[in-house]
Design a protein around this ligand. Structure first.
Ligand code: NDP
Ligand code: 2IT
Length: 447
C-alpha cells in the first residue's frame, strides 16, 4: 500500500505532465517501490531527491527539416532529454519511430537513470530521438535526415557531456551517419556516440549486447530455481536488434525460441529459430518492410496475423519489441500455461497490471532496467575503450558484460531482501538504482 507521500508525488507528476501516460507509468512503478526507502531515510525526502529526479535537468526540442529523394521537404521533430547527470555524462539511446513524443522519451530517460546506475559504470541518464519513420526510406533519405538531426544535436552532446546510442529505428547505419556529421561539424574524432562501426571506434559485442545480457540475466534468475536455459522453450517478441541478440544466445545455451513478432503479427516456429533463420532476422530488419510474415513465408511456419505471441505455451517469455506489449490478460495466459519466467528485453514491455499478475503468481520477473542493461553497459565499455584508444577482444568484452549482468542480478536480489521484499526484482532494481544516484545528488548539493 502506497503512503500519502507516494500518492501525492504521483498525483503531482500527473498534474504537471498531462498527456504523458508512459512517463506517469514509469514514475508510478518506481515511486511505489521506493516508499519503504523514503520512510527509512527521511534525508532523501527533506532534500526532495525524488521530486528533483522526476524533473529532467534539461529538455532540448528542435526542428529537423530534410528533403526526400523526390525533392519534397519534410519537417520532423527532434528531442534530447537530459534527465540526470549525478553519476556521469548523460547516456542513452536515440529512437526514430513515428510514435515518438516527449512523454515516451521522458519515460525512457527516467528508466535509463536507474538502469545506468545499476551497471556500476559512471553514466548519467538521457534519451532522445524523433518521430521520423525509417520505414520505406532509402539510405540517402536516412542519411539526409540523420545529418539534419545532428546539425542541431551536436551543440548539446560530447564525449564528457552526453553520449547517445541506438534504440528502436537507430542501428549501425544511423549511428554512422550521425557520427560522420558530428565529426564534420566539430572537427573532432571522439567517442561521442556508441554503437559505432568496428573500424572507427566501435566495440565488439555491442550489437549483440542487449540480447546477450538479457539472456545472461534470465540464466541467473533461473538458477535461483535450480534451472538452466538448456532444454527450455522461449517466446521472444520483436525481430529487431534486441530480439536478434537474445535468440542467438538462447540457441547457443541450448534453449529453443519458438516465436518472433512484428507490427503485423507473430510467427510460431515449433522447430526453433536457429542457424540460417537467425541470419534471416537481420535481412528482415534491413529490408525496412516491417513484416515478420516474411519469416513465415520463407521457412513455411505458422503466422498469426495481428496477434502477440503470449498465447503459446512456453517456459520463458522475453518481450523484446516495445513498451506495453504484454498486459494483464497476456500475463494470466502465460501463468496458466506454466510459464516460469518473464525477462524483459525491451523497455517497460509489461504493463503495471501485467506486472501485478506475474508478481502475485510468484513467477520470476525482471524489469527491463535491470535485464536489458547489457546494451548500455557495453556502450560504457565502448566509451572506456575509446578513452584508452585501445580495443578489447570479443572474449574480454563478453566476459565483462557477463560479469556486469551477474552483478546486477545479485544486487537486485540482495537489495530486495534488505528492504523486506525478497525475490522482487522490480523493487531491488529501483531501490539499488536510486540509492547510488540519490547519494551522489546529496553529495553534490542543490543541483
Ligand atoms: P529495433 O528497431 O531493432 O526493433 C524494434 C522491434 O520492435 C521491431 O520489431 C519493431 O517493429 C517493434 N516495434 C517498435 N515499436 C513498436 C510499436 N509501437 N508497436 C509494435 N511494435 C513495435 O529496436 P531494438 O531491438 O533496439 O529495441 C527493442 C526494445 O529494446 C525497445 O523497447 C528498446 O527501447 C529496448 N532496448 C534497446 C537497446 C539497444 O541497445 N538497442 C538497449 C536496451 C533496451 P516496428 O518498428 O516495425 O513497429
Ligand atoms: O534503452 C537502452 O538502454 C538503449 N537503447 C541503449 C542505450 C545506450 O546508450 O547504449
Amino acid at each position: 500500500m502506497s503512503s500519502d507521500y507516494a500518492k501525492n508525488l504521483i498525483a503531482q507528476v500527473k498534474a504537471k505532465n498531462p498527456s504523458e501516460p508512459e512517463f506517469h507509468q514509469a514514475v508510478e512503478e518506481v515511486v511505489e517501490s521506493l516508499d519503504v526507502v523514503l520512510q527509512r531515510h527521511p534525508e532523501y525526502r527533506s532534500a526532495k531527491i525524488l521530486e528533483r529526479m522526476v524533473e529532467p535537468e534539461r529538455v532540448i526540442m528542435f526542428r529537423v527539416p530534410w528533403m526526400d529523394d523526390q525533392g519534397e521537404i519534410h519537417i520532423n521533430r527532434g528531442f534530447r532529454v537530459q534527465m540526470n547527470s549525478a553519476i556521469g555524462p548523460y547516456k542513452g539511446g536515440l529512437r526514430f519511430h513515428p510514435s515518438v513524443n516527449l512523454g515516451i522519451l521522458k519515460f525512457l530517460a527516467f528508466e535509463q537513470v536507474f538502469k545506468n546506475s545499476l551497471t556500476t559504470l559512471p553514466m548519467g541518464g538521457g534519451k532522445g530521438g524523433s518521430d521520423f519513420d525509417p520505414k520505406g526510406k532509402s539510405d540517402n533519405e536516412v542519411m539526409r535526415f540523420c545529418q539534419s538531426f545532428m546539425n542541431e544535436l551536436y551543440r548539446h552532446i560530447g564525449p564528457d557531456a552526453d553520449v547517445p546510442a541506438g534504440d528502436i529505428g537507430v542501428g549501425g547505419r544511423e549511428i554512422g551517419f550521425l557520427f560522420g556529421q558530428y565529426k564534420r561539424l566539430t572537427k573532432e574524432f571522439s567517442g561521442v556516440l556508441t554503437g559505432k562501426g568496428l573500424n572507427w571506434g566501435g566495440s565488439l559485442i555491442r550489437p549483440e549486447a542487449t540480447g546477450y545480457g538479457a539472456v545472461y540475466f534470465a540464466q541467473e534468475m533461473l538458477k535461483t530455481r535450480g534451472k538452466g536455459v538448456a532444454g527450455l522453450t522461449f517466446a521472444v517478441s520483436g525481430f529487431g536488434n534486441v530480439a536478434w541478440g537474445a535468440v542467438q544466445k538462447i540457441d547457443e545455451l541450448g534453449g529453443k525460441v519458438v516465436t518472433l513478432s512484428g507490427p503485423d503479427g507473430f510467427v510460431y516456429d515449433k522447430d526453433g529459430i536457429k542457424g540460417e533463420k537467425i541470419e534471416y532476422m537481420l535481412k528482415m530488419r534491413a529490408s525496412a518492410r516491417d513484416s515478420v510474415k516474411d519469416y513465415a513465408d520463407e521457412f513455411k511456419v505458422e503466422f498469426h496475423a495481428g496477434k502477440r505471441p503470449w498465447g503459446i505455451k512456453v517456459d520463458v517469455a522475453m518481450p523484446c519489441a516495445t513498451q506495453n506489449e504484454l498486459d494483464d490478460n497476456d500475463a494470466r495466459t502465460l501463468v496458466k500455461n506454466g510459464c516460469i519466467c518473464v525477462c524483459e528485453g525491451a523497455n517497460m514491455p509489461v504493463t503495471l497490471p501485467g506486472f501485478k499478475v506475474l508478481h502475485e503468481a510468484g513467477i520470476l520477473y525482471s524489469p527491463g532496467k535491470a535485464s536489458n542493461a547489457g546494451g548500455v553497459a557495453t556502450s560504457g565499455l565502448e566509451m572506456t575503450q575509446n578513452s584508452m584508444r585501445l580495443p578489447w577482444s570479443r572474449t574480454e568484452v563478453d566476459q565483462r558484460l557477463h560479469q556486469i549482468m551477474k552483478n546486477i542480478h545479485d544486487t537486485c536480489l540482495q537489495t530486495a531482501e534488505r528492504f523486506g521484499m525478497p525475490g522482487n526484482y522490480v523493487a531491488g532494481a529501483n531501490i539499488a538504482g536510486f540509492l547510488k544516484v540519490a547519494n551522489a545528488m546529496l553529495d553534490q548539493g542543490l543541483v
